[in-house]
Structures are given as C-alpha cells and as structure tokens.
Design a protein around this ligand. Sequence first.
Ligand code: SME
Length: 163
Amino acid sequence: MAETLILPTSGTRTEIYQTIIPQIKAILSAETDLIANLANVTAIIKEALGFFWVGFYVVKDNQLVLAPFQGTLACTRIPFHKGVCGACYTQEKTIIVPDVEKFEGHIACSSASKSEIVVPLFAGGKVVAVFDIDSDKLEDFSEIDKIALEQITQMLEKFFIMA
Ligand code: SME
C-alpha cells in the first residue's frame, strides 16, 4: 500500500484534522502492530500540523516510558505523579496547558516547548498510554485539538488490547 499522506495545501486546523482522520483510519485498518501504528500516527500529526514534538508514553514498569515519537530527544521515564503527562495519567483526562511555565511541575524536555496537550489512551478501563504534543507557540491548543486527538487516540486503543 502507498504510504503517502494527502494534505491540503492550506486550511484551518479543523480542515487538516478532517483530512487526516480518515487517512489514519485507513492506515490503522491495514496494520495490527501497536508500535508500527503509534509510530505512523506521530509521523502523520507531525507532518500535517508541524508541532514541535509529538509522541507517546506508555505505562510500563509502574511509570510512563517513552514510546514512538517525532521530535527532539526526550525524557525517557516519567513517574505517574509528575509533569503534564503524569497529571493526564492520574486524572484520566485530556490536559491542555496554554503556557507550560505556568503549570506547576511541568517537565521541560525542551526549552522550545511553550504549550502542550496530553491525551490519555484507555484499555480495559485503565490508562495504558498518553499522547503528548508540544508546541513552540503559546496557547496553541484548544477544544478543536482535544476532540480530534481523542478521536485519533480512541482508534489506537484496540491495539493495546491486542498487543
Ligand atoms: N512536558 C511533559 C514531559 C514530556 S515532554 O514534553 C516530551 C510533562 O510535563 O509531562
């Protein structure tokens, strides 16, 4: 199968999400491997939306461990109670941070990161991973991102059960 992403040359973020979500669905329907699918989703989001850092942390060894990502070198292990990722894990909900400097306990993997969104992934009623996106712009995430990214993470959840 051709691994080519079709993107609008211009468009709002909503339009970009509307273009990539069916393509993500098609890619995920052709592959069952968890790591391969997590990796391709990070590549698609990075290419389509140009965020600074896009990646997953999976629950392993009683902490969050770095998994497929696109971007600069990142922290490899995050305790459940630390950082935005830890808040997402413990609160079991999407966290939007408009200004990372104002989030107490934020873990700065890169000084370029200015705002962040972290979305939980569930399997068997438990958080099994978090999807973390960092932007180099302040206040870059809104309800539009939350809705679209939750749709995308929900498509990935079954691969954790199969893994
Ligand atoms: N900022 C995150 C840590 C992960 S990096 O952004 C890639 C946090 O506070 O949990």
